[in-house]
Design a protein around this ligand. Structure first.
Ligand SMILES: [Zn+2]
Ligand SMILES: [Zn+2]
Length: 155
């Protein structure tokens, strides 16, 4: 038997909120895990660290140093030959990837414009837009699960 995919109504049932320390009873569809309060975004348990910091302005540098050392790195910006010193700390792996002059987005854009790499500016803007949208991507996954479960429920 084929059911129309648009079927969206779901039976509500008594559910117990699974948020640590809550346990409140609420009515929700059978896959709901949290009471309305704990469904709010700020209670979401975030799996990822802010990707923006890691990928755009910084780089991951894996090392095994057990003491603080100073390293000289090259600026990651196209056409910039500046080198800068970074203190490497034990068990810390995120470090800046641009020279002090280019840690500011405005200055990176200005530099790229000077060397005529408008294409890289565009790419940079696209990347930072994607990073901003990323924290919400978990919501889409949840919606998909919802759809699948609704069909199972009927069978
Ligand atoms: Zn709750
Ligand atoms: Zn630079």
């Amino acid at each position: 038997m084929q059911l129309p995919k648009s079927r969206r109504r779901q039976k509500l049932r008594e559910k117990k909120c699974q948020y640590p320390g809550c346990g409140k009873i609420f009515f929700g569809i059978h896959i709901s895990k949290y009471c309305p309060e704990h469904r709010q975004d700020r209670y979401r348990i975030r799996k990822r660290t802010k990707p923006e910091d890691v990928n755009i302005k910084n780089q991951t540098f894996k090392h095994n140093y057990t003491e603080v050392i100073t390293m000289v790195l090259n600026c990651a910006l196209e056409g910039c030959d500046n080198q800068f010193e970074v203190k490497i700390y034990p068990r810390q792996y995120i470090y800046p990837k641009y020279c002090p002059e280019h840690r500011n987005e405005y200055k990176r854009i200005r530099h790229l414009r000077q060397i005529g790499r408008e294409d890289l500016i565009e790419q940079m803007m696209k990347e930072s837009e994607m990073m901003e949208l990323d924290p919400n991507s978990g919501r889409e996954t949840e919606a998909e699960t919802d759809e699948v479960q609704a069909i199972d429920d009927v069978a």
